[in-house]
Design a protein around this ligand. Structure first.
Ligand SMILES: Nc1ncnc2c1ncn2[C@@H]1O[C@H](COP(=O)(O)OP(=O)(O)OP(=O)(O)O)[C@@H](O)[C@H]1O
Length: 245
């Protein structure tokens, strides 16, 4: 573990599958209250990185350390239970953690409120749009008040307008709650808009080839995306990604 403020650290991590490296010599940290994005070409090992961070997978060599047990994993697929209402889906993790009924209810209510879904609490997942299902999935994770969020392309399947809106909502939550985040995406623009730091990974085996600090202060207005400074930085990240592919 690098320092007192570090939530997650990878130190010289390699993961091989049947002798073939998927990730190689990855060193990376996420600090408390820090938002870090990883962009890379398809198959570069981004999901493997998150699986290692969450403890679902184990490194072949090197060290993966987390300073918290309060880790939430948000997938591209909202993975809601189709027979449970939105509220009952959002309550699920708190319920499984053994929290009392009243506490579970209150936490779910607050989380649904945070993502703007309070009035849809009684709906079934199939009655929601894709963006709303993703917000429900986010609310389900928020209920646990995680210190660290792992995001695997959570908005990848959504249309551009919904995706942009959810980026803004996610940043509101980030500013309000101050969690640490490791966010995997294919979108350069999304990575720059959300993060304090963007990490670029190369094609197989996945290695970190570039890192960019994003200097724009939070909270970030939607119009940031249309500024010259934003375009310049996104251009640099895109060039590094091109080189890594
Ligand atoms: N359990 C496994 N067994 C064998 N090979 C695996 C396993 N998991 C991942 N791999 C391989 O490791 C590499 C990285 O996979 P991973 O899913 O992490 O990539 P990714 O960057 O998330 O891909 P995408 O962007 O397409 O989702 C791929 O070549 C994949 O085939």
């Amino acid at each position: 573990m690098k320092g007192a403020g570090t939530l997650l650290s990878f130190t010289d991590v390699t993961r091989r599958f049947g002798g073939v490296p998927a990730l190689e010599a990855v060193t990376l940290t996420v600090g408390r209250g820090e938002f870090v994005s990883v962009v890379g070409p398809s198959g570069c090992g981004k999901s493997t990185l998150l699986r290692l961070a969450s403890g679902l997978d184990v490194a072949s060599s090197g060290a993966v350390e987390t300073a918290t047990d309060e880790v939430a994993y948000v997938f591209q697929d909202a993975t809601l239970m189709p027979w449970r209402t939105v509220r009952r889906n959002v309550e699920l993790l708190a319920e499984l953690s053994g929290a009392g009924r009243g506490d579970v209810r209150e936490r779910a209510r607050a989380a649904l409120e945070s993502v703007g879904l309070a009035e849809f609490a009684g709906h079934l997942p199939r009655q929601l749009s894709g963006g709303m299902r993703m917000r429900a999935s986010l609310a389900r994770a928020l209920v646990m008040k995680p210190a660290l969020f792992l995001f695997d392309e959570p908005f990848g399947a959504l249309d551009e307008i919904t995706r942009t809106r959810l980026n803004l909502q996610l940043l509101d939550l980030f500013v309000e709650r101050g969690f640490g985040a490791l966010f995997v995406t294919h979108s350069v623009e999304e990575s720059v808009f959300l993060s304090g730091r963007v990490v670029v990974m190369s094609a197989r085996p996945g290695r970190i080839t570039a890192e960019f600090a994003v200097p724009f202060p939070y909270p970030r207005p939607a119009a940031l995306r249309y500024t010259a400074e934003f375009a310049e930085l996104a251009g640099k990240v895109a060039a590094a990604l091109e080189e890594a592919s």
